[in-house]
Ligand binder design. Structure first.
Ligand code: UDP
Length: 329
């Protein structure tokens, strides 16, 4: 039986494909390659196409024996979602609806879902656990929450069990050096800081130093992408054991401010990284830190690469060796 990975040519998807390959799983990938990279797919059978193309998706299910789906395919930029929410509702929410309908039609009953800490919005307390309220502060988080709720009702009606994994801030790159983070345009803090270290940008813009945190900049919980990948494999195992649907946070439980990230990056890269203070970015909560106790207990998940300087070092290895990502160096 094969695992279908949607968005398997993207950043977290490609690292999850690598983790599935390492344990000998048969893999089918669907990616429209709008943000994904063919070169990031280290194995498996790649179909280039869009989840919203019903005939295409049905063909993928018909041509393969799929017993579980891992669903990454989505747009994921907070800032863009605030200026173009329609894109997020169409690709993320409608795309997920098409996927669930195709799964139901083809009798596939297991889905692992790529969710986000942005479902919580401004937290009532940190660390955040899975029972805390979900009031997204941006359209991206709102669409991911809508997708989770859709899965809940497909579970109730059709018995499609799901595991939703709410990631905090993914960073780092695969130990092989073959795959890493390459978004275009890049909006995430760590790759931008490393581009500034490489001289590809004149500086890093810090979005707001007037948040209610010690140094005034936002605090996030950074988690290595390969630790996230491992959690997806464990989530597939949980569903194959026939256990109930569940929602899990995935983070290291430790927060770092934007300024702290820049300082650590300066140490790791031994480069100067010029900083310019700018206004807040719309939709950013001040502090996001995970409690991942539930994933540890119920999935047996244990992050192995949990030190921020190691995470940044692994990202730096990728960025310094591939300054233009998957493009020509
Ligand atoms: N950030 C920043 N400058 C940048 C990119 C990001 O100051 O050029 C901040 C952003 O406002 C947030 C944090 O870094 O507080 C992490 O942002 P990122 O986009 O990496 O992840 P998010 O938390 O939005 O998923």
């Amino acid at each position: 039986m094969a695992v279908l990975v949607t968005g398997g040519a993207g950043y977290i998807g490609s690292h999850t494909v690598a983790a599935l390959l390492e344990r000998g799983e048969e893999i089918v990938i669907v990616d429209n390659l709008q943000q994904g990279h063919r070169e990031a797919v280290l194995g498996g059978k790649l179909y280039e196409g869009d989840l919203r193309d019903e005939a295409f998706l049905d063909q993928v299910f018909k041509e393969n024996s799929i017993d579980a789906v891992i669903h990454f395919a989505a747009n994921s930029l907070v800032g863009e979602s605030m200026t173009n929410p329609g894109k997020y509702y169409h690709n993320n929410v409608y795309g997920t609806l098409c996927l669930l309908e195709a799964m139901n039609k083809n009798g596939v009953k297991r889905i692992v879902f790529s969710s986000t800490a942005a479902t919580y919005g401004e937290p009532e307390r940190v660390p955040i656990d899975e029972h805390d309220r979900t009031v997204p502060t941006n359209a991206y988080g709102e669409t991911k929450l809508a997708m989770e709720k859709m899965m809940k009702w497909f579970d109730t009606a059709h018995g499609i069990h799901y595991v939703s994994l709410r990631y905090f801030n993914a960073a780092g790159a695969h130990a092989s050096g073959k795959i890493g983070e390459d978004h275009s345009p890049e909006t995430h803090l760590i790759p931008i800081v490393l581009q500034a270290a490489l001289g590809q940008r004149p500086h890093i813009s810090v979005f707001g130093d007037d948040y209610p945190t010690e140094d005034g900049t936002c605090i996030r919980d950074y988690i290595h992408v390969s630790d996230l990948a491992d959690a997806h494999v464990l989530a597939v195992d949980r569903l194959r054991r026939g256990e109930d649907s569940a929602v899990y946070n995935l983070g290291n439980g430790q927060g770092f401010s934007v300024k702290q990230v820049i300082d650590i990056a300066r140490n790791v890269t031994e480069r100067e990284i010029p900083v310019v203070m700018e206004a807040r970015r719309a939709g950013d909560p001040a502090v996001l830190i995970a409690s991942s106790d539930r994933a540890r207990k119920e999935l047996g998940w244990q992050p192995k690469r949990d030190k921020l300087d190691d995470i940044i070092r692994s990202a730096w290895q990728w960025h310094s060796a591939n300054p233009n990502g998957y493009g020509k160096n």
